[in-house]
Design a protein around this ligand. Structure first.
Ligand SMILES: Nc1ncnc2c1ncn2[C@@H]1O[C@H](COP(=O)(O)OP(=O)(O)O)[C@@H](O)[C@H]1O
Ligand SMILES: [Mg+2]
Length: 182
């Protein structure tokens, strides 16, 4: 079986009033199942751009070319609807600032169950509230949160207050932990 992720000759530029800013040029990268790869570079070198290109969540002024192959499928050739199936089931992006990723007026449970619902729908599974609740509780248990049932009822500011940055960060990571490495 081929690589899980193969990037070939990836180019990303941003159209600006000053002309096109060339950010990534000729990026080639292979990542196999179970492999962890860190991308290192100074601020502004294009690390986030690379991640956003893979998840296909680049801003509207981006220009992209090359190939981003996931399990043999070029993500850059998929329609937005087809891409939605990949996003949230196979390809995930954990954003740099998890605080802004949690909606402070909704409970942790609501937001985790929403992620579970999207995951089920995208993978063709029929939505079940009980199953979504179970998945959310299990994710909190896996991360060793004490009293997951109580955490589910909390909203983000309470959670943020009760612990350090890492707490909210872990919650956001729940969406990402289920990457299929099989
Ligand atoms: N939407 C955009 N329009 C124009 N330039 C952008 C846009 N987004 C990012 N950039 C620029 O692209 C370069 C790479 O940014 P980024 O990928 O965020 O770098 P890093 O994550 O390595 O700090 C930076 O110079 C940044 O200012
Ligand atoms: Mg960045």
């Amino acid at each position: 079986m081929g690589m899980l992720l193969s990037i070939r000759d990836l180019y990303v530029g941003y159209r600006t009033v000053m002309g096109t800013l060339h950010v990534l040029d000729d990026v080639n990268l292979d990542i196999d199942r179970g492999e962890i790869v860190g991308v290192v570079g100074e601020s502004g070198s294009g690390k986030s751009t690379l991640g956003q290109a893979i998840a296909r969540v680049l801003p509207g002024n981006a220009v992209v070319s090359g190939k981003i192959m996931v399990d043999g499928v070029n993500l850059l050739e998929l329609s937005e609807k087809e891409m939605e199936k990949y996003r949230g089931t196979t390809v995930f992006m954990v954003l740099q600032n998890p605080f802004t990723s949690l909606n402070p007026v909704k409970t942790v449970g609501y937001q985790l169950m929403e992620a579970a619902r999207i995951r089920m729908e995208r993978s063709g599974e029929k939505y079940s509230e009980d199953r979504a609740y179970e998945m959310a509780i299990q994710a909190l248990k896996d991360l060793r949160f004490p009293d997951p049932e109580i955490i589910m009822l909390r909203s983000a500011p309470t959670l943020r207050w009760s612990d350090s940055e890492g707490c909210a960060c872990n919650v956001v990571n729940i969406e990402a932990k289920d990457i299929d490495c099989g």
